[in-house]
Design a protein. Sequence first.
Length: 53
Amino acid sequence: MWIGVFPRAFFDRVTQGLRDDLEHERDRRLQMADTASKHRAEFAFAQLENERL
């Protein structure tokens, strides 16, 4: 089936590519948030250790 001048398969490929890109970016954002949380926790524990000394 054609939509305008493009075959439907073209739009399906583009849509799938956009979904893949969004999923990749979401995974990157979640990974960065996890890394930031880990570093905040390490910093907090280091601060507590420094206060004990």
